[in-house]
Design a protein around this ligand. Structure first.
Ligand SMILES: Nc1nc2c(c(=O)[nH]1)N[C@H]1C(S)=C(S)[C@@H](COP(=O)(O)OP(=O)(O)OC[C@H]3O[C@@H](n4cnc5c(=O)[nH]c(N)nc54)[C@H](O)[C@@H]3O)O[C@H]1N2
Ligand SMILES: Nc1nc2c(c(=O)[nH]1)N[C@H]1C(S)=C(S)[C@@H](COP(=O)(O)OP(=O)(O)OC[C@H]3O[C@@H](n4cnc5c(=O)[nH]c(N)nc54)[C@H](O)[C@@H]3O)O[C@H]1N2
Ligand code: SF4
Ligand SMILES: [Mo]
Length: 901
C-alpha cells in the first residue's frame, strides 16, 4: 500500500466479540466519529476471519443515544466523587449495622476477567461477604458442577479443532446455528468436506436440526436416560475402553448399575425419551462405531433441574470409551457468554473462591495470605435464585449489579423486579440509561462499554483473548474495575487495590493461578494455571495473542487435556457418576398442561440492550412470539398471528402465535429477549419457575408448566415510521428499530381490543402530521393510512380485524423513494407492491438484506445450492448465519422454522 493512503486509513484494532462464548476475533477500524468498521480477524483461531450476523453488526450498536453517561444519584447526575462516596459510605453503614452477609454482588459473564477479579476480591476478601454470584449461574453452573464431579476441576478438555476432526458431532440441547453460529459453520464446513455425521438432540426442530443427519426430538428433561442407555449399550457390546477405565477412572460399575435402572434396554429408552427405537439405535451405533466423537452441550442440558446429571451422563460415555481429550473426540460444553469461562476462573460463582480454589482451610488460608485479605469469607455464598429470594425477604440489604439485567433474565423476573425495590442500597454499573433492572432507587454508575474497555475474556475452548479499546470513553463512563477500585479505596482497602491498569490486575490473577499450585503440593494441583503470564510487561499484555490455558512457563502448551488421564482429583482419576432417573421439576397438570421452553433467536442478544439498537438485526425477527404445534393450536382455538396469553404460576406474557410443526406437541417455545423497554407484556422469564438443580443451583429455564389461551382482539396492526411510536391501552405491542430502505426507522406491531372508533382516535393522535392518505372499511374493521411529508413517505399504518398483516419488507423499502407515484401510493394502502414494484419477501440474509422471495426466484432460475445463491445474490456469503434458512428455502420449505411449515 502506498504510504499516503496508509496514513489516512485509521489503524484496525484487534479485539474480541462481546457476544457469545465462541469468542471470535474482531478487527475494529474506528471511523473517528465514534463508530467503527467491523470485520472478522483472519488469524484468530476461533473464527479465522468470519463473524456471524450479530458480530458483523457490532458497528451499529456503538451509538451513544441509549448510553448512561453520568453517575446518577436519586435520579440526578452527580460527579463521580459524590456517587462513589455515597456507595462506600452506605456499604460501610450497612455492613456495620447488619454484617457483611447483608451485602451481595450479582455479576456477569460479560464482564472482563480483570473486572471480575476485582469484584470477587473486594467482596470475598475485604468486605467479607460470600454472596457473590453471577448470571453464569443461569448459564454454565451445571457444566461447571458436572466437570468438577467428573474431572475434579472445571475444565473443558477439548478445542474447536476437534469439531473438524470428528467423525460424529452430537449437539445436545444446543441451537448452535443461532447461538454459536461460527462453530456451527465450522461443523457444517467439515461435514461438507469430510462427510462427518451430525446429530441434534432437542425437543424442537430448529435451524440447527436443518444441518443434521439425525434430529432426535427428545421428551424434555430425559437426556440422561438417553446417555445412560448409551453407556449400557456400550457395556453390553464390549465396546468400552477397558484400559482407559482401569488406568484413569473410578466409579464405572456404580455408574453402569445406575444406568441399567433408568435405561435397561433400547425399548425402555425409546419409551421414556419419546424417540423411535430406530433413531436411538442409530445414535448408539454411530457413537460406538467411531473413535472420534465430540458431544457438544448447551442450555438444553444446563438449564435443567437435573442439569448436572445430564452433563455427567454425557461425560460418562466419553470416559467409558476413552474418547476424551483426543483429537476429534471428547465432551465440549458450549459456553454462553464471552467471558463465562473467565468469570469461573476468578471465582465469580458463589461456590468458588478464586483461581479455581474452593473453601477448604488450606485454600482459604492461601488466598487470604496472597491477598493480605483481612476479611476472607468462611464458605460459600448464596447462589443467584437464593440470593434474590434473600433480597425479597429483606435479609440482603445492599446489592451491586454489574453487566446483567436480572429483572428480565432471572426466573420469576416479576418477583425479582419487585425485590429490587426493597433494597436499602442498590448500585448498578451499566452501559445503558434505562432497562428493567434500573429502578428509581438505583445508584447508576456509567460503565465503559465494548470498544471502550480493555482486558481479557476466555472462550469455550479455554482461549484467553484480549478485548481492546478503540474508542475514547464517552461522558463520565469508566471501566468497571476502576469503579470498584475507587470504592475499595474509600472503604480503606486502597493498598490491596492499587491498580492503575487492567494489565496489573491480570498479572495478579496470573500469579494467584500459579501460587502454591504444583503436583505433590499440600492440596491437589489446580487445572487453571496461567502463571506463564505472571510478570507480563504492559506492552506484552497489550499485544497478547489468543492463548489457551493452562499456560505455564515449565510446560508445553496443550490444546487438549486428559487424553492420557491426569485428572484433577486427589488420585488423578476421573469419576464416572451414577445418574438416576431424571424428572422435570414440576410435572404438567390439568391446570398447566403445556411445558414452556424458552431460548434465543438468531439476531438478538439477551435483553436487547445492544443488538436491539441495530435496525438490520431487527429485520430478522421483530416481535416476541410463542411457537406451538398446529395440532395444539387448533385444540386451543389459536390461529397463526393472533395473540395468546401464556401463563404459569409465576406470571403471564402476551405473545404473537406462530404455528410450527417443528415444535413438539404439548410444549411451547418463547424467546427470552423482550422486556418492558420494547414490549407490552413479553418478559418471558417472569413465567419461569426456576427450580434449581440441587447440585449446581442452576435454575430450570426450559420446562415450566404453563397454559395458553387466545386473547380477544378487535384490531391487529403495524406502523412503520421514521419516528418511534408507542401505544397505550394495547393488549400487545412490540417496537423495534428497522431499516427504511437504507436508513434506520421504527416498526411497531400492536393489537387492541377496543371499539373501532377508539382505535381511530388513537391513530389520529399518534401518527405524525403531514399529508394523510387513508383507506377505511369500517364494516370489516380495516383502515390504512400513509402519511407523506413533502411527498416522501413518513409513516404507514395498517390495522385490521384479521391478524393477517402485510409483510413489512416492501413497505419499508418505500421509505427510500424520494416521491411516491400514484401506483405506489395505491400499493402502499394495499400493503403489497403494484406492478413493477420489487418484493423481497421476509428478510433472510440480514447482511445483504436479501429476502425469501428473491431467493426462491433465484432457485427457480437454477440456483439450487447455497453456494449458487451466494454467487448470484450475495446472500449467506458474509456471516453465513442464514445458510440454514437458505437451505430450507431451497428444499421448498419456508425460511424460518419459526413460521408455520
Ligand atoms: N443469537 C444469540 N446467540 C447467543 C445468545 C443470545 O442471546 N442470542 N446467548 C448466548 C448465551 S449466554 C448462551 S447461554 C447460549 C445458549 O445457546 P443454546 O443453549 O444453544 O440456546 P437456547 O436457545 O437457550 O437453548 C438451546 C436449545 O435447548 C433446547 N432444549 C430445551 N429443553 C431441552 C431438553 O430437555 N433437552 C434437550 N436436549 N434440549 C432442550 C431448546 O429447545 C433450545 O433449542 O447462546 C449464546 N449465543
Ligand atoms: N427464561 C430464560 N431465562 C434466561 C435464559 C433462558 O434461556 N431462558 N438464559 C439465561 C442465560 S444463559 C443468561 S447468560 C442470561 C443473560 O441475561 P442478562 O445477563 O441479564 O442479559 P444481558 O442483556 O446480556 O444483560 C447485560 C446487561 O449489562 C449491560 N452491559 C453490557 N456490557 C457491560 C459492561 O461491560 N459493563 C457493565 N457494567 N454493564 C454492561 C447491558 O447493557 C445489559 O443491561 O439470561 C438467563 N435467563
Ligand atoms: S459467533 Fe457471532 S456472536 Fe459469537 S463470538 Fe462469533 S461473531 Fe460474536
Ligand atoms: Mo448464557
Amino acid at each position: 500500500m502506498d504510504g499516503t493512503v496508509a496514513a489516512s486509513v485509521p489503524r484496525a484494532v484487534r479485539t474480541t466479540c462481546p457476544y457469545c462464548g465462541v469468542g471470535c476475533g474482531v478487527l475494529a477500524r474506528p471511523d473517528g466519529r465514534g463508530g467503527a468498521a467491523i470485520a472478522g480477524d483472519p488469524p484468530h483461531p476461533a473464527n479465522f476471519g468470519r463473524l456471524c450476523s450479530k458480530g458483523s453488526a457490532l458497528g451499529e450498536t456503538l451509538g451513544l443515544e441509549t448510553r448512561l453517561l453520568h453517575p446518577m444519584l436519586g435520579g440526578s447526575p452527580v460527579p463521580w466523587d459524590l456517587a462513589l462516596d455515597h456507595v462506600a459510605r452506605r456499604l460501610d453503614e450497612i455492613r456495620s449495622a447488619h454484617g457483611p452477609g447483608s451485602i451481595a454482588f450479582y455479576l456477569s459473564g460479560q464482564l472482563l476477567t480483570e473486572d471480575y477479579y476485582v469484584a470477587n476480591k473486594l467482596a470475598k476478601g475485604f468486605i467479607g461477604t460470600p454472596h457473590v454470584d453471577t448470571n453464569s449461574r443461569l448459564c454454565m453452573a451445571s457444566s461447571v458442577a458436572g466437570h468438577r464431579r467428573a474431572f475434579g476441576a472445571d475444565v473443558v478438555p477439548q478445542s474447536y479443532d476437534d469439531l473438524e476432526l470428528a467423525d460424529l458431532v452430537v449437539l445436545v440441547g444446543s441451537n448452535a446455528a443461532w447461538c454459536h453460529p461460527i462453530l456451527y459453520h465450522r461443523i457444517q464446513a467439515a461435514r461438507g468436506e469430510r462427510g462427518m455425521r451430525v446429530v441434534n438432540i432437542d425437543p424442537r426442530h430448529t435451524a440447527t436440526s436443518e444441518g443434521c443427519d439425525l434430529h432426535l426430538a427428545i421428551v424434555p428433561g430425559t437426556d440422561s436416560i438417553l446417555f445412560n442407555g448409551l453407556l449400557v449399550w456400550l457395556a453390553d457390546r464390549g465396546l468400552l475402553d477397558r484400559n482407559f477405565l482401569e488406568l484413569h477412572t473410578n466409579g464405572f460399575n456404580d455408574a453402569l448399575a445406575a444406568a441399567r435402572l433408568t435405561s435397561p434396554n433400547i425399548a425402555r429408552v425409546a419409551e421414556s425419551t419419546g424417540l423411535g427405537r430406530a433413531s436411538v439405535e442409530l445414535l448408539y451405533s454411530w457413537f460406538s462405531s467411531t473413535r472420534r466423537a465430540v458431544t457438544c452441550y448447551s442450555q438444553g442440558v444446563n438449564q435443567s433441574a437435573q442439569g448436572t446429571d445430564k452433563v455427567n451422563a454425557i461425560i460418562n460415555c466419553h470416559l467409558a470409551t476413552g474418547m476424551i481429550g483426543k483429537p476429534g473426540s471428547g465432551p465440549l460444553s458450549f459456553t454462553g457468554q464471552p467471558n463465562a469461562m473467565g468469570g469461573r476462573e476468578v471465582g465469580g460463582l458463589a461456590n468458588m473462591l478464586a483461581a479455581h480454589m474452593g473453601f477448604s482451610e488450606i485454600e482459604r488460608e492461601r488466598v487470604a495470605r496472597f491477598w493480605s485479605a483481612p476479611n476472607l469469607v468462611s464458605g460459600e455464598g448464596l447462589k443467584a435464585v437464593a440470593m434474590f429470594d434473600a433480597i425479597a425477604r429483606g435479609e440482603i440489604k445492599a446489592l451491586w449489579v454489574m453487566g446483567t439485567n436480572p429483572a428480565v433474565s432471572m426466573p420469576r423476573a416479576d418477583a425479582v423486579r419487585a425485590a429490587l425495590t426493597k433494597l436499602e442500597l442498590f448500585v448498578v454499573s451499566e452501559n445503558v440509561a434505562s432497562n428493567d433492572t434500573l429502578n428509581a432507587n438505583a445508584v447508576r454508575l456509567p460503565a465503559a462499554a465494548w470498544g471502550e474497555k480493555d482486558g481479557t475474556v476466555t472462550n469455550s475452548e479455554r482461549r484467553i483473548s484480549r478485548q481492546r479499546s478503540f474508542l475514547t470513553l464517552p461522558g463520565d463512563a469508566k471501566p468497571d474495575w476502576w469503579i470498584m477500585v475507587e470504592v475499595a479505596k474509600r472503604l480503606g482497602f486502597g493498598n490491596a487495590f492499587a491498580y492503575a491498569s487492567p494489565a496489573q490486575i491480570f498479572d495478579e490473577h496470573a500469579r494467584l493461578s500459579g501460587f502454591e499450585n504444583a503436583a505433590g503440593g499440600q492440596s491437589p494441583e489446580r487445572a487453571f494455571d496461567i502463571s506463564g503470564f505472571a510478570g507480563l510487561a504492559p506492552v506484552a499484555y497489550d499485544s497478547l495473542d489468543p492463548t489457551q490455558w493452562p499456560y505455564r512457563a515449565d510446560k508445553e502448551p496443550t490444546e487438549r487435556l486428559f487424553g492420557s488421564g491426569g485428572f484433577f482429583t486427589t488420585d488423578r482419576r476421573a469419576r464416572l457418576i451414577p445418574v438416576s432417573e431424571p424428572r422435570l421439576a414440576s410435572p404438567v397438570s390439568t391446570a398447566w398442561p403445556f411445558i414452556l421452553n424458552t431460548g434465543r433467536v438468531r439476531d438478538q442478544w439477551h435483553t436487547m440492550t445492544r443488538t436491539g439498537l441495530s435496525a438490520r438485526l431487527s429485520t430478522h425477527i421483530a416481535e416476541p412470539f410463542v411457537e406451538i404445534h398446529p395440532a395444539d393450536a387448533s385444540r386451543m382455538g389459536l390461529e397463526q398471528g393472533t395473540i395468546a396469553a401464556v401463563e404459569t404460576e409465576h406470571g403471564v406474557a402476551r405473545l404473537r402465535v406462530l404455528l410450527n410443526r417443528g415444535q413438539s406437541r404439548g410444549s411451547l417455545f418463547a424467546p427470552i429477549h423482550w422486556s418492558a423497554e420494547n414490549s407490552a407484556a413479553a418478559r418471558v422469564s417472569a413465567l419461569v419457575h426456576g427450580v434449581a438443580d440441587p447440585i449446581s443451583g442452576q435454575p430450570e429455564a426450559k420446562a415450566t408448566p404453563a397454559r395458553i389461551e387466545a386473547v380477544a382482539a378487535s384490531t391487529y396492526g403495524l406502523i412503520v415510521s421514521r419516528a418511534a411510536i408507542r401505544p397505550a391501552n394495547a393488549i400487545f405491542w412490540a417496537s423495534s428499530p428497522t431499516m427504511l430502505g437504507a436508513v434506520p426507522g421504527h416498526l411497531l406491531y400492536f393489537a387492541f381490543n377496543l371499539p373501532h372508533r377508539d382505535v381511530l382516535a388513537w391513530q389520529r393522535e399518534t401518527l405524525p402530521a403531514g399529508e394523510w392518505v387513508t383507506l377505511e372499511d369500517a364494516k370489516v374493521g380495516t383502515f390504512r393510512t400513509a402519511v407523506f411529508k413533502d411527498g416522501r413517505l413518513d409513516a404507514v399504518m395498517y390495522a385490521a380485524a384479521s391478524p393477517r398483516l402485510p409483510r413489512t419488507d416492501w413497505l419499508r423499502s418505500q421509505f427510500g423513494e424520494a416521491q411516491q407515484s400514484g401506483a405506489a401510493r395505491r400499493g402502499l394502502l394495499a400493503g403489497r407492491p403494484t406492478a413493477g414494484g420489487k418484493d423481497e419477501g421476509p428478510i433472510v440474509c440480514v447482511c445483504y438484506q436479501v429476502g425469501s422471495l428473491t431467493i426462491e426466484a433465484a432457485a427457480r432460475d437454477g440456483c439450487t445450492t447455497t453456494k449458487a445463491i451466494g454467487v448470484k445474490l450475495g446472500a449467506g456469503t458474509n456471516c453465513g448465519s442464514c445458510l440454514p434458512e437458505i437451505s430450507r428455502l431451497l428444499a421448498g420449505k419456508s425460511a424460518k422454522p419459526a413460521v408455520a411449515t
